[in-house]
Design a protein around this ligand. Structure first.
Ligand code: 13P
Ligand code: SF4
Length: 346
């Protein structure tokens, strides 16, 4: 498009408060230059309720727009400039497999509370809501795992095995009480065979999903930093593997990482293990006071699908475009699951 930035700004000006554009921290600088609210998954979910705008445009991945469509007010329209921006981790949990797993695990009379990471489909959130469970983000995983543990005999955490293990370690759930479920194949399709015997004596059952971007950070590169630059600080996202997370100085959501870097002493060097757009932005923002580096360069191709061209195209067709819709029979139980989280973390 000829001048996407100008088109976007002209439309923003013309529409005023009828339009709100939201963007996740992993979006590119070019896109974030045009958003009204930037945040981590929790902040963005929280802001939906208070928005008055008629059109809400979500620069992020599909599950974020779906959550917004579940939490929006009547009459509001949710749009996503890149509807093909999926989250591969969210796709690792299928509602049919979750239902079967929950039925099998509770066959012996045990009360299983499902806790899904917000990086999951609306259908998964609906199953979780129907089973009395809730949602967490990387910013509130500890609070929500405690919440779930108070309400049942065991918790089924999905889909991110690394976030589950890192959170369990942070709140002191012993290793012998955790069990990572085994993926199998049914007719060549990935599935989960889960039996109640498998869950015997376990209070935390863990879905075997992961984020392909964060899963690739290795303990080897962290150990190299420790050897070559022992004074440097290392902060990582809790979607990273447990050995990386445990060896880091701190871990937390994208907003936590932003604050960690901001509060690090002047003159320090900070290595960050998360998506490269955010790390490069922090390096630029703090370049006069501290050195910020990627632990390894990892880019989320799905987050990168939103470009200023796509945002401009979306804004040009707002009145004609099909908004993101979630059928009410799915939205209702999914909303319940999301509202339990928003209430617990108010
Ligand atoms: P947060 O911004 O909530 O930490 O989420 C990270 C992420 O991977 C989003 O897809
Ligand atoms: Fe999904 Fe990972 Fe990309 Fe986040 S960074 S959208 S968790 S694939």
């Amino acid at each position: 498009m000829q001048d996407a930035a100008k088109t976007i700004e002209d439309i923003r000006k013309a529409m005023g408060s009828r339009l709100a554009i939201l963007g996740h921290h992993y979006q590119s600088d070019e896109v974030l230059a045009h958003v009204d609210i930037t945040g981590d998954s929790l902040e963005l979910a929280r802001r939906i309720e208070g928005l008055e705008a008629e059109h809400i445009v979500f620069c992020g991945v599909w599950f974020m727009a779906e959550s917004a469509a579940i939490l929006r007010r009547k009459g509001q329209k949710i749009h996503i400039p890149a509807p093909d921006a999926a989250c591969p981790m969210a796709d690792m949990a299928r509602p049919e497999a979750l239902n079967v797993a929950l039925e099998n695990l509770s066959a012996s009379g045990k009360k299983i509370i499902p806790l899904t990471y917000v990086n999951s489909s609306a259908e998964i959130k609906a199953v979780v809501g129907r089973w009395g469970g809730t949602v967490c983000t990387s910013a509130n995983a500890k609070t929500m795992l405690r919440w779930a543990r108070e309400r049942g005999d065991a918790v089924l955490f999905l889909p991110d095995k690394h976030l589950a293990v890192n959170t369990a370690t942070a709140i002191g759930i012993p290793e012998e009480e955790r069990h990572i479920l085994n993926p199998g194949l049914i007719d060549g399709e990935p599935s989960l065979y889960v039996s109640s015997e498998e869950a015997e004596g376990k209070s935390l059952l863990i879905w075997p999903g992961y984020c392909p971007i964060h899963d690739e950070f290795t303990i080897k590169s962290l150990e190299t930093i420790r050897r070559e630059d022992p004074e440097a600080l290392v902060v990582v996202h809790p979607e990273c593997p447990p050995d990386v997370t445990e060896a880091a100085d701190a871990n937390g959501s994208t907003s936590f990482i932003i604050n960690y870097v901001k509060n690090a002493p002047e003159g320090s060097t900070i290595y960050v293990a998360t998506e490269a757009n955010l790390v490069n932005r922090l390096a630029e923002r703090h370049r006069d006071e501290k050195t910020v580096k990627v632990l390894e360069t990892r880019v989320c191709d799905d987050m990168a699908k939103t470009t200023t061209d796509k945002l401009a195209e979306q804004l040009l067709s707002l009145d004609k475009a099909e908004p993101v819709e979630v059928a009410e029979e799915i939205a209702k139980p999914a909303r319940k699951a999301l509202e339990r989280m928003l209430k617990a973390c108010a």
